[in-house]
Design a protein around this ligand. Sequence first.
Ligand code: AMP
Length: 548
Amino acid sequence: MMRGLMMDRPLMISHIIEYAAANFPDQEVVSRMPEGGIHRYTYPEAAARSRQLANALRKLGVEPGDRVATVAWNTYRHFEIYYATSGIGAVCHTINPRLPVDQFSYIVNHAQDKYVFVDLTFVPLLEKLQGLFEGVRGYVIMTDREHMPETSLPDAYCYEDLLAEQPSAFEWPEFDEQAASSLCYTSGTTGNPKGVMYSHRSTLLHAFSVLAIPGLGLNETCSLLPVVPMFHVNAWGVPYFAPMIGAKLVFPGPNLDGASLTELMNAEGVTEAWGVPTVWMGLLGHLRGSGERLDSLQRVLIGGSAAPRAMMAEFKSQHGVEALQGWGMTEMSPVGTVSLVRPKDQNLPEEKQLDIKVTQGRAMFGVEMKIVDGDGKRLPHDGKAFGELLVRGPAIISGYYENAEANAKSFDDEGWFRTGDVAKIDSEGYMEIVDRTKDVIKSGGEWISSIDLENEAVGHPEIAEAAVIAAYHPKWDERPLLVVVREAGSELDKAGVIEFLKTRVAKWWLPDDVVFVDELPHSATGKLQKAKLREEFKDYVLPEAKAS
Ligand code: AMP
């Protein structure tokens, strides 16, 4: 092979903040703070303070490779920690404060965090948990002297005091771009959370890829609001790619309710906001009730779970806001696909465009996708065949951090990562999630989508909520069991449900039984807990199985 003659310069996270400071010296970073009030400064100030923090971390004895945890909202201080920790070669380990206690302490100990940076809000939580942490040397409370609380946390420092002692001059080191930069644990339905360790290289390539998404067109005129938390997959990469293009960054702090978001968006001229469906449900509900308008917002990116069609339609028809759907995973840094309508289809009627936007969208450059059947054989991208979705790319996990057990199950023989999603892909590359592999019903070797069946069932005016799980069948192995919550006062029965579904799904997809319950189990974040439902119905026997 003949080698190219170009410089072998490493892709470093510290380059991003210094680039923004040098090229967008007047662009703002605005934060709503846990202490109350709005903070604003520019990229050069963010860079200077990140350098001060880098000096402070060195003084605290943080070495390359050490893990430094954060338990914090989206604010400028969290942003500085992202750059300072990774910049000196340490690892920024963001922790979701809503994790159950046992998972929280498990990940602090598994990651062997050396220091924990914590927002005021979460100091009481850490005071309760700190006895469970094995190797934490100290805590940095992310506030100033004036707001510094009395605390029982041992070795607690005040963030602003640490910075004030340090010069803003710091020479960012350069090292292997494959070095670990940040760490985020992802919780499955079973077992302990698994660590996803990003590198400088993967972080920059992910950011380049997002900025190159065809039709997304993010630039210096954008004002970007990541509502998605910085403890959830680096706020989907926003804190890295926004400075690269000199976009204004607006951090919402702890106030994620509809009224606060509306106020912040209008005050700061936010043009793009990224977040999960629950947040947008709150925002739309607030707008409906208050009659307030969104003055500047042009687009929302909805991801993390499926974007409801009605939500996307309401954004457009009531507020003139274009809603896009993004699909991804913690293991993918996280963006995989975005449902942007291609220029050739932008003259289609609104409903047809919505048909496109409710798919999970097309892959961004750097994300390869394949779907396979139960034997691992590739399926065609014809928009009809569906199977397990596998991905590969330079910003996609090659192995969980210190977790041989999970790694043994998560990759196929060609090294592709198993997403656990079941999907179809059409000839233009639009991918549509059909189910989770754990939830799909395997009937006589054929797959039935539990999500499709549920979506059809809730179309019945007397059905409030529906869940489909697999029930054992002596001949077909698994058959769908539909569990239904009726609307108040309804006397809908099994025959009525089946009659309704008959014209809507293939005959062999019809549930073998319909069971009525008062409520379905939900997680703290409102997600339907199928594992719990399966547990509740573990002794259930289908009528046909009983008869035989
Ligand atoms: P997490 O790593 O916690 O972000 O979860 C990733 C999983 O969330 C994916 O594997 C999907 O099952 C689900 N998910 C994320 N985005 C979407 C979406 N737009 N539509 C449907 N499911 C999604």
